[in-house]
Design a protein around this ligand. Sequence first.
Ligand code: IPE
Ligand code: IPE
Ligand code: MG
Length: 253
Amino acid sequence: MSIDPASIVEVAPRASLRIPAHLGVIMDGNGRWAKARGKRRTEGHIEGVKALRNLVELCINYGVANLTVFSFSSENWTRPKDEIIFIFNLLRRFVASDLQRLIRNNVQVRIIGSREGLEPSLIRLIDDVEAKTAANTGLVLIVAFNYGGKAEIVDATRRIASEVAAGRLAPEQISEATIEAALYTTGIPHPDVIVRTSGEQRISNFLLWQAAYSEFVFVDDYWPDFNETAFLRVLEIFSQRVRRFGGIEAASP
Ligand code: IPE
Ligand code: IPE
Ligand code: MG
């Protein structure tokens, strides 16, 4: 019997893959993807949604339990109005076209971020998709929309401060757990790995508190080009990282 050596190379690294319980993704580079092809930025955003749909399937197939994607930041309001409207409409269309598939695939959707400044009809849509998928037990898809890590901490601080002002909480009772409980992501484990596409190497206000011990993987591809090969490369890189959380490796002398 002969073994094709190519098949060994193919299987061996996958067998040792460590699957993150929570993958965070800064989906960056839609505009540059489009520009490089002589297209409008909006076409890059359309392709970006396709890459997101594909990533959701990959996470389901590979057993990633939680996926957080950064789709619109609190700082993205500084963009031209047309582009903002386009991105907001894309979210509406994504929900409309994908809701049934998400339900079928047992995906629970959570949309995190500020609801301030969002149209009431968009807020209703967000509430609706969350309610319709709340009982699902598969992948938790967290969409960071109108999200900023600093704004999240401000919101959490306000909530905690009002508890203190009402006399229900003493300042010395405030712990990391108190802050955790006041964040949008309460109950979700912190991201094990955060991927950013497009070659930029910065956090841009994504999950600031939650990223305290995340592994960062920076990918040169623009977001619309992020496919299964890129996903597996990220998992391989993550699998090789040694996480210490401030401690030392178990095998160290
Ligand atoms: C990411 O792509 C999507 C959003 C921030 C909404 P960009 O739109 O930032 O694309 P680039 O970075 O300008 O290429
Ligand atoms: C981060 O990308 C936000 C999202 C991917 C939604 P940006 O394109 O807004 O980040 P900067 O401006 O390059 O830091
Ligand atoms: Mg960008």
